[in-house]
Design a protein around this ligand. Structure first.
Ligand code: MLT
Length: 400
């Protein structure tokens, strides 16, 4: 008989968004007359189609695959040079220098933030903000690692800062934050980099929402802070930036400077380890997708993405306006597609989830799914259409 990984006993039966989808399906089955009325502002899934340059590049790349002269099979595991350079140039336009050889192309920040746990031994102390994107917690729990939490609350604007009395080895940061939409400024990120360097810790920085930063003084990469290459890995994604939730493209920056001493006194490089891990377990993002991504990272491609982002941010404005009118406190919606608000009438978040589904058929994400500090909070995404978002907010307005 196999002995199973019993750490799985310590995670919820289903992943947060799978659980939401399950509950909505049950509601649809029980209320077929209301099913067509449901507005989904729960999971952060985009509604705008792919941009023109991405689609053109996809078509061209598909055509290449139809001829033996231009056909491509397995690509380099780290990703084609053309797209790694395009990512590096994108960083440069945002005033951050990242060596294209430190960039690894992948199929999702979710996969990479989950898989990166393999590089770290079981006895590390993992520091995770609460509330937090559930993947960080679930993957470390599945791996049997010890997690400690730092509180994100209204008092610290949902931006926990380092505490010198806590000794962590691995720190997860997500900015702009999922779920709260809060965004660290450069000084705050510098405090984290200083802490990591002083404690020989590694920061796993999730920058999946960097393209939504609208205030120019806010950093869009941890590498905007000096010294970060000696302590941080960064994850980026086109899921929300370019509508690639179904197309799949992400990148992870593992600087060569990330070298630590092993138990035998030798040196281990996280870059080399990630390269070894990826080349062993991953055969790369499809060629056609890498070609599309290359175009997305061009100046023209990014301009098109920004049009879609402005579209979504108009939804964020509509949601924020409704909450403000109702006197409900919230964060996010300015440098992030997410709006995180206090549940009205002292409700708990799953209670509000059911209430909204039952009464106005609007689906959001209960804050409790992101940690104990989310118990009385609720997340709405701005990734819906204008029409549905306005309709959802009109219904909400009539409730409270
Ligand atoms: C979310 O809604 O938090 C995200 O869409 C989940 C993800 O990116 O995996």
């Amino acid at each position: 008989m196999p002995r199973l990984n019993e750490n799985y006993l310590n995670v919820q039966d289903s992943y947060l968004f799978a659980e939401i989808a399950r509950r909505v399906k049950v509601y649809e089955e029980e209320h077929p007359d209301k099913a067509g009325n449901i507005i989904r502002l729960g999971i952060g899934d985009v509604t705008r189609p792919l941009t023109k340059s991405a689609v053109e590049a996809l078509h061209e790349a598909v055509d290449e695959q139809t001829s033996s002269e231009t056909f491509r099979g397995y690509g380099p595991e780290q990703g084609y040079e053309f797209v790694r350079r395009a990512v590096s140039d994108y960083y440069k336009r945002n005033n951050v220098s990242v060596d294209e050889n430190d960039i690894f192309i992948s199929d999702g920040a979710k996969s990479d933030t989950g898989n990166i746990t393999e590089l770290f031994a079981k006895d590390n102390v993992i520091l995770v903000p609460d509330p937090v994107y559930p993947v960080y917690v679930d993957t470390n729990t599945m791996d049997g690692k010890q997690i400690i939490y730092m509180n994100g609350t209204e008092e610290n604007d949902f931006l926990p800062m380092p505490d010198d009395s806590v000794k962590a080895d691995i720190i997860y940061l997500c900015s702009p934050n999922n779920p709260t939409g809060a965004c660290y400024n450069k000084e705050q990120l510098k405090a984290w980099v200083d802490y990591a360097l002083a404690n020989e810790a590694v920061i796993l920085f999730d920058a999946a929402y960097e393209a939504f930063v609208s205030e120019p003084e806010l950093p869009r990469s941890i590498y905007a802070v000096e010294g970060a290459k000696r302590c941080a890995i960064e994850f980026g994604s086109l899921s929300k930036t370019a509508g690639f939730t179904g197309t799949r493209f992400s990148y992870t920056v593992v600087p060569k400077e990330l070298v630590f001493t092993s138990s035998n006194g030798g040196q281990m490089s996280l870059h080399d380890m990630w390269n070894r891990r990826q080349s062993t377990k991953f055969n790369g993002t499809p060629y056609i997708i890498q070609r599309a991504a290359e175009k997305v990272f061009s100046e023209e491609g990014m301009k098109e993405c920004m049009e879609n982002i402005s579209y979504y941010m108009e939804n964020a404005r509509v949601i924020a306006e409704t909450l403000r009118k109702k006197g409900i406190s919230f964060t996010g919606g300015v440098n992030s597609p997410y709006i995180w608000f206090k549940c009205p009438d002292d409700m708990e978040s799953w209670e509000l989830f059911d209430y909204l589904l039952e009464n106005i058929q609007v689906v959001g994400t209960p804050g409790a799914g992101f940690g104990v500090n989310g118990k009385n909070y609720f997340r709405l995404t701005s990734f819906g259409t204008h029409e549905k978002t306005r309709e959802a907010m009109e219904r909400f307005d009539g409730l409270f």
